[in-house]
Design a protein around this ligand. Structure first.
Ligand SMILES: Nc1ncnc2c1ncn2[C@@H]1O[C@H](COP(=O)(O)OP(=O)(O)OP(=O)(O)O)[C@@H](O)[C@H]1O
Ligand SMILES: [Mg+2]
Length: 234
């Protein structure tokens, strides 16, 4: 479904990605893990069209999307749940969700999509008129996921969905990810919580200082000695 081919990304003169390559097949959950500053967010931003690539290509369902602006990629079904949620804090939950269905096709399916996200997150229906900024961290993460689902994504990318959340909420977030995967959604998951990520993923990639250094089935990565000592502390 998605192929990231040998991409370089810069911030001004500073290179953040060096020939990063990865692929995500339809229906897969793929995780991209690595420590702070490794280039995980940059990779997701490049796929979303929020950051230009200076070399390589991005192929979605057989066609290059490298020339498409971010909203064009969203129309194709590429959605991102960004690091730090990025909600509109003074708008209500419902208004935040409505902003997820700005594209023509998404707008057409608004009611159906709302029903789906309220079924996934009953709490958001109860709180639909509350301003998003006054929700708890966990609830805000749910709003961010729900907003991305309102775009009717084919590929859903998560950037550190568990960041800053209490363990019980982290478990809830991962159970939502698992449920979406079971329903057939294709997922690219960026996480620092490597253990949780590898538990839910089919395959994984490790990124270090802007390059992919290791890849394989989740079970293999979990058993990898280097990973266990570097990321799991065991
Ligand atoms: N807006 C920016 N301007 C300049 N440099 C940036 C910018 N955003 C990221 N970088 C740099 O690019 C590199 C990769 O950053 P990135 O945010 O992709 O890492 P990350 O793996 O997501 O880290 P974290 O786990 O901390 O979120 C880092 O060296 C970072 O300092
Ligand atoms: Mg990041």
């Amino acid at each position: 479904m998605l192929e990231v081919k040998d991409i370089d990304v810069f911030y001004a003169d500073a290179q953040a990605l060096y020939g990063v390559g990865l692929r995500v097949e339809e229906g897969e959950v793929v995780t991209l893990v690595g420590s702070n500053g490794a280039g995980k967010t940059t990779t997701l931003r490049a796929i979303s069209g929020l950051r230009p690539i200076s070399r390589g290509d991005l192929v979605f369902e057989g066609s290059s999307i490298a020339g498409l602006p971010a909203h064009g990629r969203a129309e194709l079904g590429i959605a991102l749940v960004p690091e730090g949620r990025e909600l509109w804090p003074s708008l209500t939950v419902l208004e935040n969700l409505e902003l997820g269905c700005y594209s023509k096709t998404a707008r057409k399916h608004r009611d159906e999509s709302l029903e789906r996200v309220f079924d996934l997150f009953p709490r958001l229906q109860e709180r639909s008129k509350q301003v998003a900024g006054s929700m708890s961290g966990g609830e805000q993460q749910m709003v961010a996921i729900a907003r991305a689902l309102m775009t009717r994504p084919r590929l859903l990318m998560f950037d550190e969905p568990s960041l800053g959340l209490a363990p019980v909420i982290v478990t809830q977030v991962f159970s939502i990810i698992r449920r979406l995967a079971k329903e057939g959604l294709t997922i690219l998951l960026v996480e620092q919580n490597l253990k949780k990520a590898l538990e839910v993923a089919d395959r994984g990639y490790v990124v270090e200082t802007g390059s992919i250094t290791l890849q394989g089935p989740a079970g293999e990565l979990m058993a990898n000695e280097g990973i266990r000592s570097a990321y799991l502390g065991i």
